[in-house]
Design a protein around this ligand. Structure first.
Ligand code: GDP
Length: 542
């Protein structure tokens, strides 16, 4: 029995439909609709580019976003004050450009890790007095991994110690050769502070957008992505949506994975009420029932009933399977290669010293063959950061630490997202493992995870040569059938399994910290008071 709001699986639905003489057809689930691509159903016409500003800290990303916002003639003429809604549009030569108002490659890659790519062009800000810095390199690699073209803005040219030529040279060393030097990277010198070069930068962004031939479908129900959302005390849930396809209008019914609602009103960043929002337009929307998550997709449905059904279906599906693509690891890569799921092994390489990067990268990149290529999409010296994990997640890659360890936050994120981090201190072994993994010959390696420890307080005889240890669990928990070892005076004297666990007279599956129990160990009964029973499990290193 299922009520009207519950989702049933396809097979059940098909049986019911069949009973009434209908044939059920499978449709993709809502959560799988991630990046709406024009389907050809509607008319395609050009749309504004969506831009993200990236670069090293303090090189002027926020100042540039402010300078561009202030250059918006419409805003200044109307005397309106812009509000931060997560994105804004400016008009240049009667054409629009959309800027995502959260600078930095961290936000950019975090969105990608959620399966959404909004950005068409990345503006890389490099301060002319400081030059290329570690995060500049990281930003370039993140943009390249996403296949997003880069336009360089050399900022702070007003400073007396500005040296744009040095920046150009440093960029060329990173394979980002500017047009002036025969390459294809557009580069504009600017001063965000003095508002110099801003118009030129905007015009160049339009030129790059022309080359990309960005198109959007206008005359169909809207689809897109949540950029930002919050709960407003007086207005309720407020979400900034970026339309990627179709036209969004007040009165439309929106379905988002964790909520739905009807558009009561829509505003732009100037607080102006809008009647419609077309592809690449960001709008602040009122009328949702709950605050959605940034990065979630939305789509317009025909009525509230459909929205509610999608919501229930989605909730049901999320409970069953976390919506995460299967992560890549060295232990499963050969199956994914033979299944044709991956054609490239993306590696993020972190080393203790800069000097190790070059030889490791060279050896790794030589490993691929016609079926799979090995690409080091980012390398750097220092610890493994959360950004590295996000990049691995977004690019379906793995992380290799060569004498480099993860920062605490990064370790946690990698564990929850299932990102594989391998550690090495010998180059030969690192390269050998990746080579074997590609050929499907890597033996699984195991790591031991301690689950719990108990101290023996008394020993009871239960018959001939059969003893039970009366023990108190000091840490973690003990599980029946778990692997276990007996430790006496710091040395392991026996390794097997926990045969039985009893609390009072009852058999139990597990015992938690602080409780006492009777324990039997497979093939061992020579317990002594003071021995430690340690239970553990083996996990495959991915
Ligand atoms: P972000 O960390 O990349 O967002 O950098 P900010 O925009 O916060 O700028 C960092 C500092 O550089 C601030 O003190 C700005 O005033 C300054 N700054 C930004 N752009 C320019 C510029 O074109 N010229 C000069 N002289 N200073 C700038």
């Amino acid at each position: 029995m299922a009520n009207i709001n519950q989702a049933v699986d396809f097979d059940t639905a098909a049986l019911v439909a069949d009973h009434f003489g209908y044939k059920a057809k499978k449709q993709p689930m809502f959560a799988q609709i991630k990046r709406p691509v024009p389907t050809g159903g509607g008319k395609l016409s050009s749309r504004p580019p969506v831009i993200t500003i990236i670069g090293h800290v303090d090189h002027g990303k926020t100042s540039l976003l402010d300078a561009i916002r202030q250059s918006n003639v419409i805003a200044t003429e109307a005397g309106a004050i812009t509000q931060h809604i997560g994105a804004y549009q400016v008009e240049v030569n009667s054409r629009k450009i959309t800027f995502l108002d959260t600078p930095g490659h961290e936000a950019f890659t975090a969105m990608r890790a959620r399966g959404t790519q909004l950005t068409d062009i990345a503006v890389l800000v490099v301060a002319a007095d400081d030059g290329v810095m570690p995060q500049t390199v990281e930003a370039i690699n993140h943009a390249k991994a996403a296949d997003v073209p880069i336009v360089v803005a050399i900022n702070k040219i007003d400073k007396p110690d500005a040296n744009p030529d040095k920046v150009k040279q440093q960029l060329a060393d990173l394979d980002l050769v500017i047009e002036e030097w025969g390459g294809d990277t557009v580069c504009v010198p600017i001063s965000a502070k003095k508002k110099q070069g801003i118009d030129e930068l905007l015009e160049n962004l339009l030129l790059v957008a022309d080359i990309l031939e960005l198109k959007g479908e206008h005359d169909c129900p809207a689809e897109g992505v949540v950029i930002e959302a919050r709960l407003d005390k007086t207005r309720g849930p407020v979400a900034t949506l970026l339309v990627q396809k179709g036209t969004l209008k007040p009165g439309d019914t929106i379905a988002i994975s964790n909520t739905w609602g009807r558009v009561k009103a829509m505003f732009n960043e100037l607080g102006k009420q809008l009647k419609k929002a077309e592809p690449a337009a960001p709008v602040e929307v009122l009328g949702l029932n709950a605050v959605p998550h940034a990065g979630d997709s939305f789509k317009i449905v025909s009525n509230e009933r459909e929205a509610r059904m999608l919501f229930e279906k989605n909730k049901d599906m999320q409970q069953k399977t976390p919506a995460r693509a299967k992560a890549v690891s060295l232990s499963n890569i050969s199956t994914q290669i033979s299944d044709g799921q991956i054609k490239e092994l993306n590696i993020i390489l972190k080393t203790d010293v800069q000097g190790s990067i070059e030889p490791i990268r060279d050896s790794l990149e030589q490993l691929g063959d016609e079926k799979v290529k090995v690409r080091v999409i980012h390398s750097g010296s220092g610890g493994i950061t959360e950004n590295d994990v996000l990049l691995a997640l977004a690019s379906k890659g793995i992380i290799i630490g060569f004498n480099s360890r993860p920062e605490p936050g990064a370790q946690r994120l990698a564990e929850t997202e299932g990102i594989s981090i391998r550690y090495y201190s010998v180059i030969y072994e690192l390269v050998k493992d990746v080579d074997k993994a590609l050929k499907g010959m890597l033996e699984p390696t195991y790591t031991e995870v301690i689950e719990g420890q108990a101290e023996i307080l008394a020993v009871f005889s239960t018959g001939k040569k059969s003893n039970v240890a009366g023990a108190s669990v000091k840490e973690g928990k003990l599980r029946r059938d778990a692997l276990a070892r007996i430790i006496r005076k710091g040395e392991s004297i026996h390794e097997s399994r926990i045969n039985s666990l009893r609390r009072f007279k009852e058999d139990v599956k597990e015992i938690a910290t602080g409780f006492e129990c009777g324990i039997k160990i497979e093939g061992f009964s020579d317990f002594q008071v003071g021995d430690i029973i340690q239970s553990y499990r083996q996990e495959v290193v991915s």
